[in-house]
Design a binder for this molecule. Structure first.
Ligand SMILES: Cc1cc2nc3c(=O)[nH]c(=O)nc-3n(C[C@H](O)[C@H](O)[C@H](O)COP(=O)(O)OP(=O)(O)OC[C@H]3O[C@@H](n4cnc5c(N)ncnc54)[C@H](O)[C@@H]3O)c2cc1C
Length: 535
């Protein structure tokens, strides 16, 4: 395949991009730049292009490796250690929620599933009214969404949904639930279904094949396998004076012993909603509100599996193409948790660690993989007064871990979502349905499923919860005593520090977040470029 599809990264490197692999550095390195961008995912990647276009000298620092389409082989066992934080085994402190996050040049956009939603209007209105952000109306945000959509080919996906998504659509039709097709950020997609392992055809318009190559072609520099350890502040306590970090070895994880230091006029933090607060916590750089690393949200996800009479082949075809927001709107925004229904792609390795049971019992379920369907429910956290999200903490070695306590509000949402998903799956013709919970057993009717779900114990580690959406922890807001950054991502305390990633959201988004990250990072980068041009 690699012989026929142009490898944009290898071509770019051959054309003279200034891209350095930290694993190859034999000496410590000292660099300077107008703007150093830490993290190259959705926020960092799109900001790097915008700042380069504004004529600034940009240096991108990324702890993951630089991979390309020729490396993406549709293999879970290769992709997870290479492209994900903690080899796709990152978990919350009590291990109750598995967190998927990318760790590569391009960040989570290299492995995400391409669903592209604008920030819902009710979320923007909530931020305006409750977080002192009156400038964030739907109208004011529209140009930034449009710019990101144009740049990344975001638009309707016109191909027939795969079998997995069709079950969701059929269930919604049978129950009369509002549903729609999902826009995607792809150009010329082959409909393979392996987005989570890196796109082998460069169709996914991730940061790896769009904004990062564009920034590098304009002279930006990239330092990969370069982990930022801490920021140093000037003695006056007003600005960031240096960035200090470790180069990583060829495994992309272990420090090689070589270090780097960067001095930049301005620092952009875009290490994601766990990585960004972790850098500030490691640096001991407090903010006046004390909110750094707090109110981190996950859209905790519950899942329900179903065995369908027809072949579903849930590993083939665009992973997510149908959704329903019906249960987002059955209660007030700050009431019991609303949830968005979608489906996940099901590949054997991730399924074996997510589906309940083990040994021969689990093996017999997974043998029926071609007929397996799963629905997922993304719970909208951060609006109910008792939905305060989690807190990023540091382990003794300085690595971050998210403490996300599960409480009654979440468990109530979990039970309601399992009920809704099982009802939908039987309405779509499922033979068996089962929530992903250790105490659940396959039910053969909606009635049986309902009785079982109503009796399930609501306990961490029994319910299988996951998330691929990490948001918050560096909340923007209008009041420096309650928030960490302003509406442009500018840090309230450190005058040359801007945050441009998913950590700035004051609540969860209530929809898959990548397009929100792009739009807010574009807006913040534009503001920053103008400020730097003024001097
Ligand atoms: C499997 C999966 C599927 C998803 N599917 C979708 C989807 O379909 N639609 C959608 O909208 N969203 C999806 N998402 C989520 C979406 O991709 C993220 O919300 C978005 O990429 C977050 O952007 P970000 O800039 O905050 O962080 P990221 O994109 O995660 O980028 C952060 C970068 O910072 C780097 N970094 C961290 N710490 C350091 C450090 N100390 N030094 C240097 N670099 C560091 C990381 O390695 C990473 O590359 C998915 C995510 C995953 C993992």
């Amino acid at each position: 395949m690699s012989g026929k599809i142009p490898d944009l990264i290898r071509q770019g490197l051959a054309s003279g991009w200034k891209a350095m692999d930290g694993a190859a550095q034999r000496n410590d390195l000292f660099l300077s730049a107008d703007v150093a961008v830490i993290g190259s995912g959705a926020g960092g990647g799109i900001a790097a292009e915008a700042l380069s276009l504004a004529g600034l000298d940009v240096l991108l620092l990324e702890e993951g490796g630089l991979h390309s389409s020729s490396d993406f082989r549709l293999l879970e066992a290769k992709a997870y250690p290479e492209l994900y934080q903690e080899s796709a085994s990152r978990q919350t402190l009590d291990k109750a929620i598995t967190i998927l996050q990318g760790r590569a040049v391009g960040g989570s956009t290299v492995v995400n599933w391409t669903s592209s939603f604008r920030t819902p209007p009710d979320t923007l209105l909530w931020w305006q009214e409750n977080h002192g952000l009156p400038g964030l109306s739907v109208e004011a945000m529209r140009p930034w969404f449009e710019q990101a959509e144009r740049r990344l080919g975001i638009g309707p996906w016109l191909a027939e949904p795969n079998g997995n998504n069709l079950v969701l659509e059929r269930g919604c039709l049978a129950l009369g639930l509002r549903h729609a097709r999902i826009p995607r950020n792809v150009r010329g997609c082959w409909n393979l279904g392996y987005c989570g392992m890196g796109c082998p055809t460069n169709a996914k318009q991730s940061m790896l094949v769009t904004c990062i190559p564009s920034a590098l072609s304009r002279g930006a520099r990239l330092l990969s396998r370069a982990r930022v350890d801490r920021l140093a502040a000037d003695p006056a306590g007003k600005s960031i004076s240096a960035i200090e970090g470790s180069f990583l070895g060829a495994d992309g994880n272990t420090p090689s012993g070589r270090r780097f230091m960067v001095r930049a006029r301005h620092v952009v933090l875009a290490a994601g909603a766990i990585g960004t607060p972790a850098i500030l916590l490691r640096s001991g750089l407090a903010d006046a509100s004390g909110q750094t690393g707090r109110r981190t949200f996950l859209h905790p996800v519950t899942l329900s599996a179903a065995l369908m009479p027809e072949r579903i082949e849930p590993y083939n075809g665009a992973p997510q193409s149908v959704y329903s927001d019906h249960y987002m709107h059955t209660q007030p925004l700050d009431g019991a948790l609303g949830f968005k229904l979608e489906v996940p792609p099901i590949h054997p390795l991730l399924a074996s660690v997510t589906f309940p049971g083990f040994g021969s019992e689990q093996a017999s379920l997974l043998r029926q993989l071609p007929h397996l369907h799963a629905t997922l429910a993304l719970m909208r956290d951060g609006f109910h007064p008792d939905s305060r999200g989690g807190e990023v903490r540091l382990r003794s070695d300085g690595s971050p871990v998210l403490d996300y306590p599960l409480n009654d509000v979440i468990w109530d949402g979990a039970r309601r979502s399992w009920l809704a998903m099982a009802e939908l799956q039987f309405a779509a013709g499922a033979r068996l349905a089962m929530p992903l919970h250790e105490a659940a057993r396959p039910a053969s009717s909606w009635r049986q499923a309902r009785a079982m779900i109503e009796g399930l114990p609501l306990r961490a580690l029994q319910a299988r919860l996951v998330s691929a959406h990490v948001m918050g922890g560096m909340a923007m807001g209008g009041d420096p005593s309650l928030s960490v950054v302003d509406e442009w991502g500018g840090h309230w305390t450190w005058r040359n520090l801007t945050v441009l990633d998913g950590s700035i959201f004051p609540t969860s988004i209530g929809a898959n977040p990548q397009l929100s990250v792009y739009a807010f990072a574009l807006r913040g980068a534009d503001h920053l470029a103008r400020a730097l041009a003024r001097g």
